[in-house]
Design a protein around this ligand. Sequence first.
Ligand SMILES: CC(C)(COP(=O)(O)OP(=O)(O)OC[C@H]1O[C@@H](n2cnc3c(N)ncnc32)[C@H](O)[C@@H]1OP(=O)(O)O)[C@@H](O)C(=O)NCCC(=O)NCCS
Length: 186
Amino acid sequence: MLKGSKVGLRARHEDDIPVLRAELYDDVVNASRAEAGPWRPVTPGSKDPRLVVDDTREGSVPFSVVELDGGTLVGTANLWGIDTHNRCAHIGLGLLPSARGKGYGTDVVAVLCHYGFVVRGLHRLQIETLADNAAMLRSAERNGFVREGVLRSSAWVLGEFLDEVLLGLLAQDWKPDSGHGRTVSA
Ligand SMILES: CC(C)(COP(=O)(O)OP(=O)(O)OC[C@H]1O[C@@H](n2cnc3c(N)ncnc32)[C@H](O)[C@@H]1OP(=O)(O)O)[C@@H](O)C(=O)NCCC(=O)NCCS
């Protein structure tokens, strides 16, 4: 398990799946805002790739996020779009509603940076998020991500086009102990 100061990133367990489905993917507003596609219901038992991990897919590494104190499941995190030629990847995360606003998101970004830069030897990490997602923007910027551009009206979300912000962080600019003064360990 990869550990931040508050959360750990571990493999997906079977019993995580119904919780993530109910609290993240069955939530139309959350799913519509967090994903680049239309919401649709997830059939229990289906092999939806957001829930059921396919270890043969090398370009994507999904994690379940747990509290370090007690091990309670609090969300998902993902290093995706891994490009081993250009040595870059994207990061994504989603916390259960009850786990938001406690500093966990900032910590998850820190752990994903450690995984991307240290474990995988990547050079650049990227995040795309809706321009009104203040908590995601702040979680990223706390870890040194900088806003590189605005993708105007790039996301169709529940009846309107919204802007997305593109943020990037280069390995050379990354300060492992930024954010809330955390230290990440493997
Ligand atoms: C976005 C998300 C991952 C952020 O994680 P989080 O644990 O809620 O964020 P944190 O508690 O680490 O807060 C990060 C910063 O944002 C601020 N913040 C938190 N919630 C906020 C809100 N609703 N509005 C404005 N600022 C907020 C915090 O005060 C903190 O700022 P600080 O570092 O100056 O103290 C989480 O809220 C979430 O899962 N949201 C739904 C799914 C989603 O949007 N995923 C991202 C898709 S790209």
